[in-house]
Each structure stands twice: as structure tokens, then as C-alpha cells.
Design a protein around this ligand. Sequence first.
Ligand SMILES: Nc1nc2c(ncn2[C@@H]2O[C@H](COP(=O)(O)OP(=O)(O)OP(=O)(O)O)[C@@H](O)[C@H]2O)c(=O)[nH]1
Ligand SMILES: [Mg+2]
Length: 308
Amino acid sequence: MEKHYSGFATILGRPNVGKSTLLNALLGRKISVVTPTAQTTRNRILGIYDDESCQIVFQDTPGFLVPRDAMHEFMVDEVRRALEGTDVVLFMVDAAQGIGKREQELCAFVNVACGPQTENAGIPIFLIANKMDLVHPSEVQTCLEEIRSLPFERSVELITLSALHQTGVSDVLQAVKSALPEGPKYYDPDVLTDRTERFLVEELIREQAFLRVKEEIPHAIAVHVEEMLDAPDRKKVSISANLIVERESQRGILIGKGGSMVKAIGQDARKQIEELLGRPVFLELRVKVVEKWRKEQRALKELGYHRR
Ligand SMILES: Nc1nc2c(ncn2[C@@H]2O[C@H](COP(=O)(O)OP(=O)(O)OP(=O)(O)O)[C@@H](O)[C@H]2O)c(=O)[nH]1
Ligand SMILES: [Mg+2]
């Protein structure tokens, strides 16, 4: 029988470098939400690639940051746990932005997490230079030299990519495939993610809200699906969800003039959800205030930001 390879490949990087865009491009399906706002992803999300000879469990992670509240601490914890038992690390940087303090910190973090005394000792690390489409051809060499200068404590292979334009995605796939250990399928070949439909629905609603508000407001938004009911003939799904913010003023913004904002969010989220579920959706959205939910463990837990 032919050999089968499998394992976990963890995508890491500071916020906004394009991790979730890469996950979706690798799978050819939208699993993880993407917005121009940094700190869009808050949970570790698995996306499972499967073919005859291998199964790769890609992990999208929240952008690496210095925590300022309990929400951030959860996010960094998700990154830490994603590294536990991973087989490959995909360290992503935004080539157009170059190397900053955050990359240096993340590099140090990876050096420790994959150090010689750890269970990750010796696992392959790929350095992924994303957003190459934004780098002027005359700058490419200098840009890649800077990225290569990151002080990893082992040799790393550099791969250039534009996740948005899907160039270089197959190189990432090939590199991971060739780095995987022999092993069985961990998931049924039909399974695409470890996440429930309910979670994906909440994310799609949050994505639409993020796309419409600016500055600090996106970070104060969470989404909670209260009810998701299939019609008896399974032809339609009724979803009732809350958009949660921290303050009355934010609630006003999300509701918008005469309810126009929440209506627009609902309309676009509904289209996305229908695509996900493959059937018509009735979506009822309300905007609720939960003061300081980002700082309180109980609220975080209720909103799904806790260890699973
Ligand atoms: N020009 C360009 N933009 C990209 C590329 N990849 C991603 N983007 C854009 O960069 C922004 C952030 O992308 P995400 O995939 O959400 O980034 P992320 O690393 O998952 O961000 P967080 O979840 O916040 O950590 C979005 O507006 C993407 O469309 C790329 O290759 N080129
Ligand atoms: Mg993301």
C-alpha cells in the first residue's frame, strides 16, 4: 500500500499579515473570516486538507500581540496551544510591511516553543513572505533579505506568496506535504473544519460588522447565536443572533440611522450564511450591550472565548 502522510501545520504571524486568507486559499473554501482590520481572528481554527496521499490539518491562529485585556490573553493562549504538538510551523510576515518588533518577538516565541528541549525540537519552519503583490520588483531582493534576517535558531525555508491573488499557494502546500511525517488520517476525509456551523455563522456575522465600522469599535464587537432552527423540511434555517458591544454609544452606531446599519450587516451576513449552509436563511439580528465583556472571564466564556 502507498504511504500516507499527515500532521498539523500551524500558521502564525502578527495581526493582518494574511493568515486567514492563506487558510481559505489552501482549502479553496472560506473557513476563516477575513477583514482589513487587524485582530480579526480570535480563535484557533482548523482547516483540513485531504487527498489520497496526505491529510494536512492547517491551523489558523489569532495574530500575535502583546495582551492588553483578557480577550488578548485568550488570543495569545490560542497561539501557544496551536504550537503544542504541531508538525510544521508556517511563520507568516507581510512582505510589504517588513520586519518589525512584533516579528522579532514572535520569532523569539517560536525559538522557545520549538527549542531543542521541547516536543517541537527539529520540526520544519517555513517563513512565508505574503503580500508579495505589494512589493515593487526593484525592492524584492532587499525585502527578502530583511525577512531572512529574522534570528531563527535553525535554518528555515523561505516561500514567497500572495495569498490574496493565490500565487505561491501550491508552493506552500507542496512544502508542507513534503515535510509531514507518515501517519493516518486524523479526520474523516469529508470534514473541512473542527468548527460547528453555529461558530461559522457567528464569524460571518462578525465579519460583516467588522467591514462596516472603524477604529476601536470592531474590537468591542462579539456575536452570539441564540437559536438556529431548521424548518421541518430542512428547506430554511431561522437564526436569531445578538451583536454584542461594550457601550451604548457603540450600540447606536451598530444600529445606525433608522436601523440601517444592523439591517445592512444582516443582509450581507445572510447571503454568506446561505452560501455556507446551502439553503435559505432567515436571520434576526439584535444589538446588545454587555459592558466590559473583553475583560471578564465569564462573559468571554459565554461568547466562546475559552479553552476547548
Ligand atoms: N495585497 C494583498 N493583501 C492581502 C494578501 N493577503 C491578505 N491580504 C489582505 O490583508 C488583510 C488581512 O488579511 P487576513 O487574512 O484577515 O489577515 P490575518 O493575518 O488573518 O489577520 P488577523 O486575523 O487579524 O490576525 C485583508 O484585507 C486581506 O484581503 C495578499 O497577498 N496581498
Ligand atoms: Mg485571521
